[in-house]
Design a protein around this ligand. Structure first.
Ligand SMILES: *Cc1c(COP(=O)(O)O)cnc(C)c1O
Length: 367
């Protein structure tokens, strides 16, 4: 199997690894598989390269990649069983809530929604059947933080596992396994691939063992795996992950500071602003604030939508973590029962010169 940083053995001497599209691999005369690969749903050289690199980035033991972030989320839930109970944050990615609300109850998975920023609420929600606490920190879309170490300690005391959706931070800004979480989830569609051109997801475990084996079983038998080309593109993106995230952290902080001072903005949500209610926790468990920020516009929903309508350079689109700066009126993207404030705008900073973004926002706010 390939290790991160291995030079691929190719007859041409290519520096960039080849894409191996073959779905099947030759057996030796004695029936063995020299390369360790035999069928691509089980594993494939491009997928192994990606999984090993992602595992190293999160200081994990095993990584399992999927065709989307939602396929990874679904796999984590499928590793549970009928009758189990999970504790879920009220505020998290709307697709995760749909999965837990609309699909899994049909299979007998019970859940409690809590304010994951409050450890007393988490504790009160635990039942003898609780097997998993699901964290998303910073949360979507208001960038609230949950205490990874405290929740992990509570869960382990109770015999439950903790999964942290780390998509918003990227592995550069936060490594939940180092704070005791058992599984890290990423939608690699976002920062990890980073170019808004590949859908993907991954689960990374802190340890080898029964939990990792269940996830592997769901990955391999369920078959929601990424194609070799998608793995190759995502691996290619890892070379620039640190540079991209460093720039996105810095641009997002500049924009957050600009908006916090602006008379037409009511409230800015960005964990690296000292005014953020969880700033101390951010300094403890994160290395940077990330490239996403949210803010409430004075004048309500119509003013928020007007701002989004008036930007010229920033793209009006959902998603995050790409090289283009995106802006959206968030509540209209989410479930109808969303608690996201109607005047909230979410932005994901890309790699454009930050002054261009500040000028665009200033002009749109002046209309
Ligand atoms: C986008 C996203 C997902 C879902 O990932 P897909 O790749 O779109 O399936 C899950 N969690 C968070 C925090 C996300 O931003």
């Amino acid at each position: 199997m390939a290790k991160p940083g291995d030079t691929p053995q190719t007859s041409s001497g290519a520096v960039v690894p080849p894409i191996e599209l073959s779905t099947t691999f030759k057996r030796e005369a004695d029936g063995s598989f020299k390369s360790g690969y035999f069928y691509t749903r089980h594993s494939n050289p491009n997928r192994s390269q990606l999984e090993e690199a992602l595992c190293a980035l999160e200081y994990g033991a095993e990584a399992f990649s999927f065709a989307s972030g939602m396929a990874a989320s679904m796999a984590a839930l499928l590793a549970l069983q009928t009758g189990d109970h999970i504790v879920v944050p009220k505020e998290c990615y709307h697709g995760t809530l749909s999965l837990i609300h609309d699909i899994f109850p049909r299979w007998g998975l019970a859940f409690s929604l809590v304010d994951m920023t409050r450890i007393d609420e988490v504790k009160a929600a635990l039942t003898p059947r609780t097997k998993l606490i699901w964290i998303e920190s910073p949360s979507n879309p208001c960038l609230r933080l949950s205490d990874l170490a405290a929740i992990s300690e509570l869960a382990h005391h109770h015999g439950a596992h903790v999964l942290c959706d780390n998509t918003m931070s990227s592995p550069l800004n936060q490594n939940p396994l180092l704070f005791g979480c058992d599984i890290v989830l990423h939608s690699t569609t976002k920062y990890i691939n980073g170019h808004s051109d590949v859908l993907g997801g991954v689960l990374i475990t802190r340890e080898r063992g029964p939990l990792a084996e269940r996830l592997r079983q769901v990955q391999v038998c369920g078959g929601g795996v990424p194609a070799p080309f998608d793995c190759w593109l995502t691996s290619r993106s890892l070379a620039t992950l640190e540079l991209r995230v460093r720039q996105q952290n810095s641009s997002a902080l500049r924009v957050a500071e600009f908006l916090a001072e602006h008379g037409k903005i009511r409230q800015v949500y960005y964990p690296w602003l000292p005014s953020h209610p969880h700033y101390a926790l951010a300094q403890k468990q994160m290395r940077g604030g990330g490239g996403v920020l949210s803010f409430q516009v004075a004048g309500g929903e119509s003013a928020a939508k007007k701002l989004v309508a008036n930007v010229l350079r920033i793209h009006r689109a959902t998603s995050l973590g790409g090289v283009e700066t995106l802006i959206e009126h968030r509540a209209s993207m989410e479930r109808p029962d969303t608690e996201t404030p109607r005047d909230l705008v979410r932005m994901s900073l890309g790699l454009e010169p930050v002054q261009d973004i500040l000028d665009d926002l200033a002009a749109a706010l002046a209309v």
